[in-house]
Design a protein around this ligand. Structure first.
Ligand code: TYM
Length: 330
């Protein structure tokens, strides 16, 4: 083993990926991949906390895996896999669940939000979901977890669980650090810029899907809600403009300051057209690679099959140590 630190991160396959997922997560993964040993997982087990259509779930899981690769994540250097292929995730989640308090889980804002939105299906999995997420991370002794800011609370819980376990049974887990990018940690809805851009938004104009075509992206950005002024500046109260500036700066790798200077004295029409063009230019190579991968299912299958073997090897090693610590006969 080299002395590089480890990264773990994942995306649920409960819908298509949005520009928020790309900027908040995938883009940072591609930046970090050379300096860390990385595991990137499609967390399909998390997805079923909300009822899924089985054939749709299957399709989305593979779509997301291909988008990981298409966005520039090197499938040969990193471990790319599907969560349900590695049983140790569920097994460690059980052990960690016995070391997590109901009170801690009740405080999770995402549980509160999701249960409010799915009041006909507030299942136990939705409640214990952060424990499975902690298991994902701790199984691989990840040092760093690159996520958007909406996952910060779950990460803090994972840290608390790791510290508690280490305290009771003796040091085993690395306590993971979140990595949350300065720009784009929370991309907002284009229609309601005080709310997170989300794949579960019922209004498709609120989000940009990574596989939206160029015309759709241009239209959605043109329709984005702004304000009654006509000044492109990052300021409190200008949520729509702040969000578009964040998107622009993330996809062009410019600072917010540079982005603002560029649009000084320019109107919203001009600004929106430039944001749309920058997003499309950023997506274009991804679409091309996605198409190539879609024509090469055997390669994709090879990647996730080998990925699961490598991940399982690491995960089983950790699980064995956990079982030893807690007194299971192994
Ligand atoms: P998920 O699937 O909701 O989102 C995947 C990643 O995308 C980020 N993200 C955003 N970032 C910026 N702006 C947005 N509008 C936006 N929407 C989503 C999320 O913060 C996340 O990084 N529980 C996790 C998945 C997970 C996981 C893990 C992540 C399961 N196990 C272990 C890291 C490590 C989730 O539901 O993310």
């Amino acid at each position: 083993m080299d002395d590089k630190k480890t990264i773990f991160s994942g995306v649920q396959s409960s819908g298509f990926l949005t520009l928020g997922n790309y900027i908040g997560a995938l883009k940072n993964w591609t930046k970090l991949q050379n300096d860390y040993n990385c595991l990137f997982c499609v967390v399909d087990m998390h997805s079923i906390t909300v009822r899924q259509n089985p054939s749709e779930l299957k399709r989305r899981t593979l779509e997301i895996l291909k988008l990981y690769m298409a966005s520039g994540i090197d499938a040969e250097k990193n471990i790319l896999f599907i969560q349900s292929h590695v049983p140790a995730h569920a097994e460690l989640a059980w052990v960690l669940g016995c070391n997590t308090y109901m009170g801690e889980l009740s405080r999770m804002t995402q549980f509160k939000d999701k249960s409010a939105r799915n009041d006909e299906n507030i299942n136990a999995g939705l409640f214990t979901y952060p424990v499975l997420m902690a298991a994902d991370i701790l199984l691989y002794n990840a040092d760093l977890v690159p996520v958007g800011s909406d996952q910060k609370q779950h990460l803090e819980l994972a840290r608390d669980i790791a510290e508690r376990f280490n305290g009771v049974y003796g040091n085993l887990f690395i306590v993971p650090e979140p990595y949350i990018g300065e720009v784009g940690a929370k991309i907002m809805s284009l229609q309601e810029p005080t709310k997170k851009m989300s794949k579960s938004d019922i209004n498709p104009n609120g989000y940009i899907a990574l596989l939206d075509d160029a015309d759709t992206i241009v239209k959605k950005i043109k329709r984005a809600v702004t304000d009654s002024e006509n000044e492109v500046a990052y300021r409190e109260g200008k949520d729509g403009i702040n969000n578009l500036l964040g998107i622009y700066s993330a996809v062009t790798d410019k600072t917010m300051g540079e982005a603002q200077t560029e649009f000084e004295g320019k109107g919203y029409g001009h600004f929106k057209a430039a944001v749309a063009e920058a997003v499309v230019e950023c997506m274009r190579p991804m679409w091309q690679r996605y198409k190539e991968l879609s024509d090469n299912n055997d390669y994709v299958e090879k990647i996730y099959t080998e990925g699961a073997l490598k991940a399982a090897y690491l995960a089983d090693g950790t699980l064995k140590k956990v079982y030893e610590k807690i007194g299971f006969v192994i």
